[in-house]
Write a protein that binds this ligand. Sequence first.
Ligand code: ATP
Ligand code: MG
Length: 527
Amino acid sequence: MAVENGRNGGNKDMDEASTSKSQEGEEKSSGGRGDQQKPGKSKGDEETKTVPFLKLFSFADSTDILLMILGTIGAVGNGASFPIMTILFGDLINSFGENQNGKEVVHLISKVSLKFVYLGLGAAVAAFFQVACWMVTGERQAARIRGKYLTTILKQDIAFFDKETNTGEVVGRMSGDTVLIQDAMGEKVGKFIQLVSTFIGGFIIAFIKGWLLTLVMLSSIPPLVIAGAGLAIVIARMATRGQTAYAKAAIVVEQTIGSIRTVASFTGERQALSNYKKFLATAYTSGVQEGFTSGLGLGIVMLLVFCSYALAVWFGGKMILEKGYSGGSVLNVIVAVLVGSMSLGQASPCLSSFAGGQAAAYKMFETINRKPEIDSSDTRGKVLDDIGGDVELRDVYFTYPARPDEQIFAGFSLFIPSGTTAALVGQSGSGKSTVISLIERFYDPQAGEVLIDGINLKEFQLKWIREKIGLVSQEPVLFASSIKDNIAYGKDGATTEEIKAAAELANAAKFIDKLPQVLNWFPLHNF
Ligand SMILES: Nc1ncnc2c1ncn2[C@@H]1O[C@H](COP(=O)(O)OP(=O)(O)OP(=O)(O)O)[C@@H](O)[C@H]1O
Ligand SMILES: [Mg+2]
């Protein structure tokens, strides 16, 4: 409609609204929007804000809940298998120790051996449920989050894309952040429950079998935990730094490739390369530091583990002499405490990935919950049988949300009667495209009205009125399929006749007929 008859009305106000200065401003601001402001801003948000852990599961359905319950039971069982193993281990040592020369030894040992088999079977089932259930539910929920995110992104108003996001960010969130979220609410949860269960089980058994030795051994836990947790925190921080650098590098690539013609015309390839390399260097440095810290941390943990073995073996010997412990129960306690405390140390990477997921979820969930002011999926509003095509802008005041201090229209009016062809003429930046954006209702004016057939645009159902408007914009985009498909985008379920008619109306039928595989399958490349 805008194309058919939208080009005839007055351009009287155009020159008023236009300044060459404003054009300059646009370029600066859009450059700034993409390059500097976004990453800085979102980085600040992500570092401080997180969602509560349980909120990560807000998209779980009943199947997911069942899977999570089964997975939790499996994880508890799997985690308990190690402490139970230490009891068998103690029995084993006693069977050996007490019957070194007797004929009984094989009989006794085979009894213990059989218990190991039962334990193995139980652990196998539990481990299966733990890993399978948590992984499946993680995948299901992450897929749902991705879908929901894209759905909400697509129904946002144009102002959202002006101000709050860019392609790189959306793609990055959908591929990167969902992985972090999935990591935090899938297999890692099972692993964490398993480790906690090992920890608790290990200490219960150790206290039952020999509380005094356990208490002495407890002295080795704080340094182990401190070393493990400190390590995890440092690694997580460096990983975040690396990720941020990679994200920034990805934005450079996305923007360079996205506007390769502009970059090429300014021979800006070299600059893009050096920008990219700069971010990669940051990522590399944090990768190297991460490697050194992990190595050092692991070394310290190993040192502590073996030193605590030394303490335990020595004190255990004393206990055998003074308190009548058996060799088996000393070893049982030692192994149970070590298994328990090591599992606590291993739990810290899980905690850091929970934190990562919670942070990644914040921005995503915020977007998912965002209600656009102009909602294209809203089905309320007027739908007319037929549309006349009178277009009117009445006393419109408008500024772009991204640049609230630049008044584009101040009391602008325009009337284009149905059936006429109108052309808007004016300097670059005078607001011609803005008129179209207002008629398409990409934005709402701050004051005044945009009317079609005398009805305020806001009263129409947005999807319906947009279907009625054909728009070929300054920078046409053709989707990578046939011309037929591209034309058919304009209307759901368009027939071939309608597509042909549209092509003829647009004066495009002749050149399309000349194309090799008429209309249908011609692939759109290098057009
Ligand atoms: N999305 C946007 N956010 C902020 N400012 C914008 C946006 N789009 C356009 N502007 C600004 O609004 C003013 C009018 O722009 P508009 O695109 O309507 O001009 P135009 O008349 O179509 O120019 P051209 O002839 O170059 O297409 C310009 O100053 C421009 O910088
Ligand atoms: Mg324009």
